[in-house]
Design a binder for this molecule. Structure first.
Ligand SMILES: [Cu+2]
Length: 157
């Protein structure tokens, strides 16, 4: 009698703890934990004079940005999981997940872990700017790409 009473008490305590955890907003936490990458500046759809220096800054949430380790050799070394660096694509759009981001072809790598650059003397037209995260071997990652569009006007000439 004493033993079964004790088991019952433990079970109730266990259920109580589990119920408490479920009652907290698990879905909201999951959404907040989703990794994402974005432009801090410029704003999507913004207009700029061709005379201006256009500052570009990237940001990421729930995904660590890290410089490629010194001496990393994609032939022999394994890229670190769950971290990467920024890439800026001019008029490229997002590459499919799992592809290696090329050198050139409109892509600029930020393998030193930096998150800013500038656009100067840009000819007047509309630009599509893409920020996409790639790992140590520049391989694109799920859900980590954003494209915006900005317009550069003729400036003061
Ligand atoms: Cu890269």
């Amino acid at each position: 009698m004493g033993v079964s009473g004790l088991v019952g008490l433990v079970l109730v305590a266990g259920l109580g703890a589990h119920g408490g955890a479920a009652a907290s907003s698990g879905n909201v936490a999951a959404a907040q934990d989703a990794p994402r990458v974005f432009f801090v500046t410029p704003a999507d759809g913004s207009r700029h004079s061709g005379d201006d220096v256009i500052e570009i800054e990237f940001g990421a949430e729930n995904y660590p940005i890290s410089a490629i380790p010194e001496g990393f050799d994609p032939e022999t070394d394994t890229p670190r999981a769950g971290m990467g660096h920024y890439h800026l694509g001019y008029d490229t759009g997002c590459l499919p997940v799992g592809e290696i981001i090329p050198e050139g072809q409109g892509w600029q790598h930020f393998g030193d872990g930096s998150n800013t650059t500038m656009l100067e003397n840009a000819p007047a037209r509309t630009y599509s700017l893409t920020v996409q995260i790639g790992d140590d071997e520049h391989r694109t990652q799920e859900g980590l790409c954003t494209t915006i569009s900005i317009e550069v006007t003729g400036g003061g000439q």
